[in-house]
Write a protein that binds this ligand. Structure first.
Ligand code: SF4
Length: 375
């Protein structure tokens, strides 16, 4: 398949692993920001293939994982109201709130619908005029443009029964938080390719310069991941701190201007609590004042109380790269994908789920360079 097979070529992967190992004169610590990249690295055994020269730290780029407990509890409260139909992406349904999940609430009779696009939620509002349709909007800059378009569409249709529970997050502010931390170990970042498809790569220039840290825009296939790591290692060996785009088939320096314009029209940056991490300054998007009539938290009174995370779940440490998921006592015992204690065990982009799938099942007992890249 074009644009896939050539980025899974086993011979190219072996050459890249070899080049990285010969280029690195010491062990470098690199963070892949996005959970999709974490899954790619583990699925293809890249972490093991490079472990003698590259220490990979898994970053906070899993939007489902960082959605605050209070937002999930509020979404469940809304879904349980007889006059509201709550819509969201499928991943959100299994994430535990403080007392239940949207999936369990749906099994108990709450009106919860999975959608594949925010525009599907707008369409549900068109066909269900007797109900309030709330879209629980999560995700990074990748999904925010589609949410913005949904709000604009609802406005064009003069819908009074559509609103957003907006929990979109922004990736650069959390990278700032990580890089500025006294305990930061990260020496180079693999920036999330799909986020950069929207934002472009230029937005990282000031960050790389200020923190003197390389930022390499990286995709998700094994060749993409290895090219990103190689560029990062080369810069670190030369003492450079530049922004480089190793995902040019998807990312342009200026990004997608139309998508950014849609975000800018509907949303403005705001401080936002990230689950397990705390308040990230300017780490989220909220609706601008002129779109406030589409804000579900304005439209419906919120009665949920601030909730406490399970004290056993170390999601914050995992999301900030302080521990590997396997260092959490609950991993694979009281916390599994079937019975998750924290969001990183639920999401398709969660690091704990990736470790459970690729590390704890005995599927990666050794590194077989010819077998790995084909999966
Ligand atoms: S393994 Fe489960 S309990 Fe432990 S940090 Fe991950 S999600 Fe939380």
């Amino acid at each position: 398949m074009k644009y896939v097979d050539e980025y899974r070529d086993p011979n190219q992967c072996e050459q890249l692993v070899d080049t990285i190992q010969r280029t690195a004169s010491r062990v470098w610590t690199i963070m892949e920001v996005c959970g999709g990249q974490t899954h790619g690295l583990l699925r293809h055994g890249i972490d093991q293939a490079l472990e003698k020269k590259v220490h990979l730290i898994h970053g906070p780029g899993c939007p489902v994982c960082v959605t605050p407990l209070e937002s999930i509890d509020f979404a469940i409260e809304l879904a349980e109201r007889p006059d509201i139909m709550l819509t969201s992406f499928g991943d959100m349904l299994r994430v535990p709130g403080s007392r239940t999940s949207l999936l369990r609430a749906r099994a108990a009779g709450a009106q919860v619908r999975i959608v594949y696009s925010p525009l599907d939620a707008v369409q549900m509002a068109v066909t269900n005029r007797d109900r309030q349709v709330v879209f629980f909007a999560v995700g990074f800059e990748t999904t925010a443009p589609a949410t913005a378009l949904a709000v604009q569409q609802a406005n064009r249709l003069a819908l009074r029964n559509f609103s957003l529970l907006a929990a979109h997050v922004r990736v650069l502010p959390v990278m700032e938080m990580l890089a500025a931390s006294d305990s930061n170990l990260v020496q180079g970042f693999l920036a999330a390719g799909h986020v950069c498809t929207v934002t472009g790569s230029n937005c990282y220039e000031a960050f790389a310069n200020r923190h003197q840290i390389p930022v390499v825009v990286t995709g998700f296939e094994p060749v993409d991941l290895l090219l990103g790591i190689l560029e990062c290692v080369r810069q670190l060996e030369r003492g450079e701190a530049r922004v480089r785009n190793c995902y040019p088939r998807s990312v342009h320096a200026a990004g997608n201007l139309q998508a950014m314009a849609a975000i800018d029209d509907v949303f403005e940056p705001c401080d936002r609590p990230w689950r397990g991490i705390g308040i990230v300054p300017l780490g989220g998007f909220r609706l601008r004042t002129q779109w406030a009539r589409f804000d579900a938290s304005e439209r419906f009174p919120r009665t949920v109380q601030p909730a406490r995370e399970s004290p056993d779940c170390r999601a914050g440490d995992v999301l900030m790269g302080r521990i590997k998921p396997t260092e959490c006592d609950c991993f694979g015992t009281t916390c599994t994908p079937e019975n998750p204690l924290g969001a990183p065990m639920v999401s398709a982009e969660g690091a704990c789920a990736a470790y459970y799938r690729f590390k704890s099942q005995g599927t990666r007992s050794g590194v077989d360079l010819h077998g790995i890249w084909k999966q």
